[in-house]
Design a protein around this ligand. Structure first.
Ligand SMILES: Cc1cc2nc3c(=O)[nH]c(=O)nc-3n(C[C@H](O)[C@H](O)[C@H](O)COP(=O)(O)OP(=O)(O)OC[C@H]3O[C@@H](n4cnc5c(N)ncnc54)[C@H](O)[C@@H]3O)c2cc1C
Length: 395
């Protein structure tokens, strides 16, 4: 990109240096854009998909974490702070310290907030170590030990209601744990309960059938259309509500997923759509009211099922719009949810926003079915691609 074209964009400020923020920053740098800043308060960058494997006992912390400094693309400025407001009328963001950063283009990639406080008892249980979860790194490590050491008892796995970051991945540690218990010959002594707000294990029938086969094979009791209403950690019991009826379940291990929501500052800054996420056009990713504001990843309202896999094409759309607008690239709504159903096979769902299967290898219509190949992709290939190609703007 020419120096004058770069200059006309003005400073580019990216809110959030997670999957989406670093991907788009790296793409823009590779296109020769000079003035790119990421605002990101965390010192450590985490590859969230492998947290499920940690919880399931087949991956380790060191595979998941890198310093934020190391993943920040060369030539990009990293401001280790939190954005508290966007003043779109003034083209500036306000940081927690009170400093303001002016932008020519603003890209919001701040992810989704985990709201452990939204269900009575859940936050307390997360804080005092009486629940485990693949949704934070520490709780995923705790899950690995708690699930591994169990010989008998009741384990409850809960899945988040939408909106959520790849909600279906709550099932990954559940199947991995069951596979291990089966191998150790203790699965018969463990009651496994899966509590889901959805009416089925997945919203696409063909994928749901694969997962039902897995649920049946492990003897998992699935409770659908169910809301987790309360957790009482002292009593090791929780309430789920189905059709207005409350059922209490006692547990030995609770593997919970948090309620999730858009960050409050998005609405406070007047950037939100109906669901509270950044109100961007679903194909161009440009804000509906502010021409120089963009959003991608979990912070944007683009697909019902948010995923890291979706960000690959979203980043290309914004990078093209800013540097090669003649291409008129559009986001087609692709997203994915991988399910590790054993410690060597996966059901890999890839779909568009209308719920139609959209395999990455287009002629392989049955790619979603349980396969060893997709396990290898999910466990080994995609993490490598993430660190080496996605975060460097090459994929
Ligand atoms: C446990 C788990 C397993 C998953 N498994 C898969 C999977 O197998 N496959 C898949 O495709 N997807 C998976 N996902 C989803 C995938 O990880 C997310 O969709 C992806 O990380 C979203 O990227 P993002 O950049 O939008 O958000 P994040 O990666 O969450 O990054 C957002 C960043 O913004 C920062 N931030 C937040 N607020 C502010 C602020 N106010 N100011 C500045 N910075 C801010 C945060 O600190 C964070 O670093 C999983 C998610 C989880 C949680």
């Amino acid at each position: 990109m020419s120096r004058s074209a770069t200059k006309s964009l003005g400073p580019i400020v990216i809110v959030g240096g997670g999957n989406a923020g670093v991907s788009i920053a790296a793409r823009l740098r590779r296109r020769g854009v000079a003035d790119v800043t990421i605002v990101e308060p965390r010192r450590e960058h985490v590859y969230a998909p492998l947290q499920s494997h940690i919880a399931g006992g087949v991956a380790e912390r060191r595979e998941v974490v890198r310093s934020q400094a190391r993943v920040t693309p060369r030539g990009v400025t990293w401001v280790p702070e939190r954005v508290v407001a966007v003043h779109a009328g003034e083209n500036s963001v306000e940081l927690e310290s009170g400093t303001r950063l002016d932008y020519g283009q603003l890209i919001i990639a701040a992810g989704i907030d985990q709201r452990w406080d939204a269900i009575p008892g859940l936050q307390e249980a997360a804080a005092d170590g009486s629940l485990v979860s693949n949704y934070t790194l520490d709780l995923a490590e705790a899950a690995s030990t708690a699930l591994r050491d169990l010989d008998a008892g009741t384990v409850v796995f809960t899945q988040s209601a939408e909106p959520a970051s790849c909600a279906g991945v709550a099932q990954k540690p559940m199947y991995l744990a069951c596979d291990r218990w089966r191998e150790r010959g203790v699965l018969d002594r463990i009651r496994v309960v899966f509590v889901s707000p959805e009416p089925a294990p997945f919203h696409i029938g063909a994928v749901a059938s694969e997962l039902r086969r897995t649920l049946d094979a492990y003897g998992i009791e699935a409770i659908y259309n169910a809301d987790l209403a309360e957790v009482r950690p002292q009593a090791s019991e929780l309430d789920v509500v189905v059709d207005g009826q409350t059922t209490t379940i006692g547990y030995d291990v609770l593997h919970a997923s948090p309620p999730q929501a858009a960050a409050a500052w998005i609405a406070e800054s007047g950037l939100q759509g109906e669901d509270g996420f950044v109100d961007v056009d679903r194909e161009t990713l440009r804000h509906r009211r502010w021409d120089n504001v963009w959003a991608l990843g979990d912070a944007a309202s683009l697909t019902r099922i948010r995923s890291g896999g979706a960000i690959r094409s979203q980043a290309k759309v914004i990078a093209d719009a800013l540097t090669r607008p003649d291409r008129k690239r559009r986001y087609d709504g692709y997203s994915e949810t991988p399910f590790t159903v054993t410690a060597h096979s996966a059901v890999f769902a890839e779909f568009d926003r209308r719920g139609r299967l959209q395999p990455s290898i287009p002629w392989w219509r049955t790619l979603y079915r349980e396969r060893r190949f997709t396990y290898v992709m999910d466990r080994w290939v995609l993490p490598w691609v993430y660190w080496n190609l996605i975060l460097t703007g090459r994929a």
